[in-house]
Design a protein around this ligand. Structure first.
Ligand SMILES: [Zn+2]
Length: 320
């Protein structure tokens, strides 16, 4: 796995709360007198709600600007140790805003912690909240030139796409990259609708597109990347590792990237996702390098960093 750790790549799918180191969760929980639920076993499927208590505990432990910035700085350090040349962190400021001094204070603290680092901040709303709330977050994101993108996280069954069109229009007008979660539980129509109705540049997960060859072709034609996070699917009961269609998607020309989603919950970094692609799915080094290339090319990294990273990926492949 050491060679996969040094494979240059980008992590395009990481939630701030879910990036927290387990040790940081324990330490902050002790400071604030909170209880930390143990990790869930990964070998069996759980409903999302089963993970929610650990996620809520992590969220409840971020009570100050210092806590927020510590989690971001640790995520950046872990990302670099993971061989990532670029990291995009998704932050939903909603639950942090009351304690940290408002929505602006949360965004400014996050931008400050990421300043000068090779990464971008994605402001995300939730499928479980209203379209009006998403619009207010998109307008917030649009006010900060340092914000890279706008996303929509959580369970897509809890919202309807039409409610979020105004938010995505506002984010698009501001030049943000548009990265909703989609096609995790809902069928392939959802992936297509995220592209047609929300203007998605990338889709978080989106694996149900595989159920419809025309949806796969649609992704390939438009160059819409899927952010695939292998370790998230078995514990949520949506797919086994063995069934993940990474090779089929690559062969169909869909630019897939591998992300880590919530390492706090699922226990795996990006290198571990590549290791699964190799050991469970039999992907070759050339296919793994193609995924790494996709990840940096689908990112908001500056053009020179993209080129430098692609050159380093090519060198990695030659050395293999
Ligand atoms: Zn996610």
């Amino acid at each position: 796995m050491d060679d996969l750790r040094v494979l240059p790549k980008a992590n395009l799918h990481l939630h701030l709360t879910g990036s927290m180191r387990p040790a940081t969760l324990v330490e902050l929980a002790a400071v604030y007198g909170l209880t930390v639920p143990p990790p869930l076993p990964m070998a069996q499927a759980h409903p999302w709600e089963a993970f929610q208590t650990r996620y809520d505990a992590a969220r409840a432990c971020i009570r100050t600007v210092d806590d927020l910035q510590r989690v971001i700085r640790e995520a950046i350090a872990d990302s670099q140790a993971d061989g990532c040349a670029w990291l995009e962190i998704q932050l939903d400021p909603t639950s942090y805003a009351p304690l940290l001094g408002g929505f602006e204070a949360v965004v400014e603290a996050a931008l400050d912690a990421m300043a000068g680092q090779p990464g971008g901040l994605i402001i995300a709303s939730s499928w479980a909240r209203s379209g009006a709330h998403a619009l207010s977050l998109a307008e917030l994101a649009a006010r900060y030139p340092g914000v890279a993108g706008f996303g929509l996280s959580n369970d897509e069954r809890r919202g309807s796409i039409s409610d979020f069109v105004p938010a995505f229009e506002a984010a698009s007008e501001a030049g943000l990259i548009l990265v909703p979660h989609g096609g995790f539980y809902e069928d392939s129509w959802h992936v297509r609708a995220c592209i047609d109705d929300l203007g998605a540049h990338r889709i978080g997960h989106g694996l149900t597109a595989m159920r419809d060859p025309s949806a796969v072709a649609y992704l390939a034609e438009r160059g819409v990347a899927l952010e695939v996070c292998p370790t998230s699917y078995p514990p949520l009961g949506v797919a086994t590792l063995e069934s993940l269609p990474l090779r089929s998607l690559l062969e169909a020309g869909v630019p897939i990237a591998l992300g880590s989603d919530d390492p706090l919950l699922f226990g795996a970094d990006v290198t571990a996702q590549y290791a699964i692609a190799r050991s469970v799915l039999g992907l070759t080094d050339s296919e793994l390098a193609a995924i790494a290339r996709n990840s940096i090319e689908a990112s908001r990294a500056p053009a020179d960093l993209k080129q430098e990273t692609v050159d380093r990926i090519d060198a990695w492949l030659l050395q293999g």
